[in-house]
Structures are given as C-alpha cells and as structure tokens.
Write a protein that binds this ligand. Structure first.
Ligand SMILES: [Cu+2]
Length: 156
C-alpha cells in the first residue's frame, strides 16, 4: 500500500509531499528524487578529518549525494548557523569568505552555484538545495567559519 502510494506520488509529481515521496521545494524549485538531511550543530559535531582538512559542525561532514536528489540542512543546535556555499573553491579558504548576505536564504537552490540557507534558528530547516551537477561543493557557517564550521558535498 505504501509502495502503491509512492508510485502514485511519483506519477503525479507529488507537490507538497513530505518524507517518503518526491520532494517539491517550496517556492517553485525543481522536484528532486530524494532529500538528504545534514544536521547542523557546532556543539554536537566535533572536528573530523575530511579530504580537504578538518571540519566540524555538520553531520555528515562529507555528504555523498546523487545528481537529481536534494540536500536540506536542519539546525539541531541551540544557536543560529548558516550553511553557505563557497562557489568555485577547491579547498577550505584560510579565513571566512562570507559577507552578511550569508544571513539571507538564497533564491538559487542549484548546488553548483551560489547558495545559502541563511541564518537558521534552532530547530529550523533550510530550503531544499538541488544537486544539479556532479562535483565537490564546499560550504560553511557565516558565524563559526573561523572555528572550523564547514563541510563538503560530493555529488556523483
Ligand atoms: Cu555556525
């Protein structure tokens, strides 16, 4: 029955669908096949090594996803954070690359471009970002970049 509902949802595009179906981001973004959630907390997620160096504050630090799927951040901390792209970066910049525009969520949700969740309050979920091209995408937190709060999304 659940499988049948899912097939129906797929056929209809399932606008407004929640967990288990096809996800249509609010605001008219492209539908995605599935959504991977990245938890955000500088308190909970300690420094880990990644292929580009140490990073903290996101779980997972390295998120492997498929083109056509989506990524969504959820703040599970008790303080605000952002998840903001560093477009074109191939390594973690030594100092914070972010300006105050990082505090506003972007209209662009394609992960190969310039994107950001804005300032996510405790308990808040971001918009769904669409994994539109293969690649390795670097992002970080406006507030805590210098403390190592950064991560990678690897899309294939
Ligand atoms: Cu932060």
């Amino acid at each position: 029955m659940i499988a049948r509902a899912l097939v129906l949802a797929l056929a209809l595009g399932c606008s407004g669908c929640t967990a288990g179906g096809v996800f249509a981001p609010t605001g008219g973004g492209a539908s995605v096949t599935s959504v991977t959630t990245i938890d955000v907390s500088i308190a909970a997620f300690a420094l880990e090594s990644t292929p580009l160096g140490d990073a903290r504050g996101f779980s997972p630090e390295v998120t492997n996803v498929s083109v056509g799927s989506g990524v969504q951040f959820v703040n599970v901390d008790n303080t605000e954070h952002t998840a903001t792209s560093i477009p074109g970066a191939t390594t973690f910049p030594a100092t914070s690359p972010f300006g105050v525009s990082a505090l506003q969520p972007t209209a662009n949700v394609g992960i190969s471009g310039s994107w950001g969740a804005g300032a996510l309050q405790p308990g808040q979920m971001s918009q769904v970002f669409v994994v539109n091209q293969p690649g390795t995408y670097i992002y970080g937190c406006f507030f805590h970049y210098s403390g190592g709060m950064r991560g990678l999304i690897v899309a294939k």
